[in-house]
Ligand binder design. Structure first.
Ligand code: WT7
Length: 572
């Protein structure tokens, strides 16, 4: 299938790989001596200096459907104002500042402001409950948090566990009398303009963002990124998203996750692109009408959303003029071939699969214009990236189509530099000179990568990773739960959803009411994503002799597969 409908003319995949240098990317971004490598500056001031002050950076559509537009100059001034505010509040470079907001304009202004100050931004998904929030902000000792009146209520409940959190800044507060204690209201649009802010002179190694992600063991870990990541985000956005000056770009991911930052802030704005943000989540009619109204041309979404749109059918598509669309990409989960074929039929364009992770910071393996797309394949390593599939001894497999561990050769610009405060787990991710991704894949005869599945217990629900341990810990806090285990069970739309196995304390009966009470308990503490959709009660859970719950056995039971070697089970 030849999908090069975009008129891109940068040459073939092979040529791009052969001619690729990071120096050339540095030059494109104007990284000369004395020029700040600061992401906040690159996404606003630098774009203004390139003559794009009055170009629209952000088209924001509120839940009620009101549209506000912000130019690159406004983004520059408003991010300056946030940087100055934080500075006046005593926040220093290197300190962690959390953002706990829905998709409102101040999320973007404050994020860029934090970066301009040289502090480390910690994006928090707004659907997180008090416990999910507390675990993460306590882990990184966040000193300040920017939030909204609605979310401040959840933050208040987490605060007793957050001694380091000195400042809470509440944006969009209509009624300041509802604020509590030391919370301060702030409105960037009412504050005096800050024409000049001396941005922190970041180098490529200065920490920029901390993105929490879920691992196999323990609580979520903060993947620390650096300002130099912009090199990867800039060039992948340029080539993979194929952004051109007149495009209107829309990334549907929430900035509480890495996609919503790397490709919903840094990549597009470093290129001076106009992007759309919808405050609402997935609502098919709102999505299609937004594409029509704002003439969206490049769209970055996720397989779960595409499957949901497939379920809505073709009739609704015909009610909208989607002719502005020019290029479509997807990330987060395996993109099934049917989805690629459906989108080609219905929108006249295939979705291009892209593969990456929180830890990689930017797209690593991908399909892009100029490459032949093989539906179902993740594509090939992005130029400048060395990938491989390794055997159990961590040696590259040379035989085509043989599955193994997907690995990447460090370093690369947007590589995570640390799991916050957890050197041991960070180091355990590197073996034999490779970064081990935790995914399994195979490479075909022509060098295309095919996703085979995860190599660990992490649950991927609708493109969001959930740590079994985090769910299990929350379950154990419920008064009725004695033992708990969480696994991913297959789901038609979300790929996987969380399923919990629970052994009850004596005196509790497995009733429907108790099941709902446990589900709601997890939803409120963690998030709707982490809430078990199914709960199965057991007398006791299968454990190893050392007391570790065997999720493998539960997964096999769930799928009706043979249970395999259970010789280590405690009862054997
Ligand atoms: C994990 C990373 C940065 C992307 C957003 C999620 C899975 C991601 C694909 C894909 C199959 C994919 C992998 C990966 N994943 N993209 N194109 N095909 N699986 O970032 O939360 O760190 O999740 O998502 O398992 O390791 P993340």
């Amino acid at each position: 299938m030849n999908t090069d409908k975009s008129g891109t003319n940068i040459g073939s995949y092979e040529e791009r790989v052969k001619n690729f240098t990071w120096d050339a990317v540095s030059q494109e971004l104007g990284f000369e001596d004395g020029v700040p490598r600061n992401i906040g500056w690159c996404c606003t001031d630098r774009v203004c200096e390139q003559g794009l002050r009055e170009k629209t950076a952000l088209i924001w559509e509120s839940a009620q459907g009101e549209v506000h537009r912000y130019t690159f100059n406004e983004m520059r001034l408003y991010s300056n104002a946030f940087a100055k505010l934080l500075q006046e509040l005593g926040v220093k470079d290197g300190e962690r500042v959390a953002i706990y907001l829905d998709r409102v304009p101040s999320l973007y202004f404050s994020l860029l402001g934090i970066l301009k100050l040289g502090a480390i931004a910690v994006p928090m998904f707004s659907a997180f409950g008090e416990e999910a929030l507390q675990v993460r902000l306590a882990n990184c000792d966040a000193v300040a948090c920017i939030t909204s009146p609605r979310l401040a209520r959840k933050l208040r409940k987490a605060r007793p566990g957050l001694p380091a959190l000195k400042r809470v800044i509440v944006v969009d507060a209509d009624d300041e009398s509802k604020l509590k204690g030391d919370e301060m209201a702030y409105s960037v649009e009412d504050a005096p303009p800050v024409e000049v802010f001396p941005v922190f002179p970041a180098t490529e190694e200065t920490p920029s963002l901390l993105h929490y992600t879920s691992g196999t063991t323990g609580q979520p870990k903060g993947a620390l990124h650096v300002h130099g990541s912009i090199l990867s985000q800039y060039i992948t956005t340029k080539w993979v998203m194929d952004l051109k000056p007149d495009d209107v770009y829309w990334c549907t991911a929430d900035p509480g996750w890495v996609t919503g930052i790397s490709y919903g802030v840094i990549g597009p704005w470093s290129l001076g692109a106009t992007q759309l943000v919808l405050e609402v989540g997935f609502i098919p009619a709102r999505w299609y009408s937004a594409i029509e109204k704002h003439r969206v041309s490049v769209w970055y979404s996720a397989p779960t959303a595409i499957r949901l749109l497939m379920r809505e059918g073709e009739e609704i598509v015909k009610q909208y003029d989607l002719s502005s669309l020019r290029h479509l990409c997807s990330v987060g989960e395996p993109l099934n071939p049917e989805a690629v074929i459906w989108s080609e039929k219905v929108y006249g364009l295939p979705f291009h699969d892209t593969w990456w992770q929180t830890e990689t910071g930017a797209i690593m393996i991908t399909n892009y214009p100029g490459m032949e797309v093989r539906p179902g394949s993740m594509g090939k390593p992005f130029p400048g990236t060395t990938a491989a599939v390794l055997d159990d001894r961590f040696e590259p497999i040379t035989e085509p189509n043989k599955p193994g561990k997907l690995a990447l050769k460090p370093p690369w610009a947007s590589m995570f530099r640390e799991y916050w405060g957890n050197r041991t787990i960070y180091e355990s991710k590197f073996k034999n000179g490779w970064y081990i991704t935790g995914d399994r894949a195979r490479i075909d005869e022509d060098g295309y990568y095919w996703f085979e599945g995860r190599d660990d217990d992490v649950i991927n629900t609708g493109g969001h990773l959930v740590a079994p341990f985090e769910v299990e810990s929350a379950l154990l806090e419920h008064e009725a739960v004695a033992e708990s285990a969480a696994i991913g069970t297959p789901d038609k739309v979300n790929m996987e959803v969380v399923k919990a196995y629970v052994a009850l304390k004596s005196g509790f009966e497995p009733t429907k009411d108790l099941e709902l009470s446990i589900m709601n308990f997890v939803r409120k503490r963690l998030s709707p994503l982490a809430m078990p959709q199914y709960i199965e009660f057991m007398d006791k859970l299968p454990k190893t002799r050392s007391g570790k719950i065997m999720r493998r056995v539960l997964r096999a039971m769930d799928r009706g597969e043979p249970i395999g070697d259970i010789s280590t089970l405690e009862d054997e």
